[in-house]
Design a protein around this ligand. Structure first.
Ligand code: ATP
Length: 293
């Protein structure tokens, strides 16, 4: 049994996001293309003698109690496997918070994975994913990683061909967008057909490994709500395109925008510009993270 373990919790972007309908129970049925990127939070889990879960993080405004997904993930496995001692979790956040990048979900997934290793619980990836869904719809995907089609409420996953090589610029404006606001203002059942991205055609482009075609077909239906409400999202997209991006789009329910560039030089230039003009408050250069299966 290991005493401590260090983990990287990787962020995701949505290369495609469609909402098919609002179900009667209030959940939305989605069809999303998920892509893991190298941008990550750092976690360390350490065994401690006292029977408690301690969470420390570099962001003062994040919860460190049962409202943090790392706490929830640790508790879930400790309860199920009767682990009597405690754990201390150190979380260094880098992934923008409440930004459409599954930051909390990936931290939770990393803790599931890490505790499984540390305590030799013997759970398979599939079994970790089954536990993950109890923490949130995106958690199973964060355990799986790579490129995937997510359906249902986001928990039904199929592996897709990996994304072609490129540089990705992440830009988060200094605004907060509530996911609840976005979904409540999305009139999913009244959208016109042309407002839905064609996710199937995106998958064809991925199979062809054609980055330009993929970028041309990218779409996120949630932009129909966020862009009129927060025009800075559109401004960042336009700026990235003017700097040579092959495509630029909002991730998840926003407000983070990502730009896909063939060349790191162009991506760096766009990053510099967005820093100077102040449109984005958090900027990162990253790449797709592909899983070898
Ligand atoms: P998604 O892409 O799945 O919609 P998100 O990027 O919108 O996720 P998160 O960064 O996961 O959202 O954070 C949403 C809220 O969850 C935060 O405001 C925070 O209070 C809470 N939270 C709980 N645990 C964490 C965590 N480990 N990291 C970040 N936020 C967390």
């Amino acid at each position: 049994m290991k005493d401590r373990i260090q983990l990287k919790a990787l962020a995701k972007i949505n290369l495609g996001l469609d909402v098919l309908r609002r179900r009667e129970d209030g959940y939305h049925e989605v069809k999303m293309i998920m892509q893991t990127i190298s941008l990550h939070d750092d976690l360390e889990i350490r065994r401690i003698k006292t029977p408690e879960i301690q969470v420390k993080t570099n962001l003062y405004y994040l919860p460190t109690n049962e409202n943090n997904l790392v706490y929830k993930a640790a508790k879930l496995l400790m309860d199920e496997f009767g682990i009597k001692e405690g754990v201390a979790i150190q979380l260094k956040k880098r992934i923008p918070v409440a930004a459409g990048m599954a930051g909390g979900s990936t931290d939770g997934a990393a803790v599931l994975w890490g505790m499984n290793q540390m305590y030799g619980l013997g759970l398979s990836r599939q079994e970790l994913m089954e536990r993950g869904v109890k923490l949130g719809a995106d958690v199973p995907y964060c355990v799986q990683r790579g490129t995937a089609l997510a359906e249902g409420i986001g928990e039904r996953l199929s592996v897709l061909p990996s994304m072609p090589k490129c540089t990705i610029l992440i830009a988060k404006p200094g605004i907060s967008v509530s996911t609840k606001f976005v979904y409540e203002n999305l009139h999913a059942n009244d959208l016109k057909p042309e407002q839905h991205p064609d996710v199937d055609r995106m998958i064809e482009a991925m199979k062809e490994k054609n980055l330009d075609l993929l970028c041309e077909r990218m779409g996120n239906v949630l932009e129909t709500v966020t862009i009129p409400a927060y025009p800075v999202i559109q401004e960042i997209k336009e700026h990235m395109m003017a700097c040579g991006a092959a495509g630029a789009m909002m991730s998840g329910s926003g407000p983070t925008v990502f730009g896909i560039f063939h060349s790191p030089v162009q991506a760096k230039a766009a990053m510099k510009d967005l820093k100077v003009n102040g449109l984005a408050k958090q900027l990162y250069l990253t790449t797709p993270y592909n899983v070898k299966r």
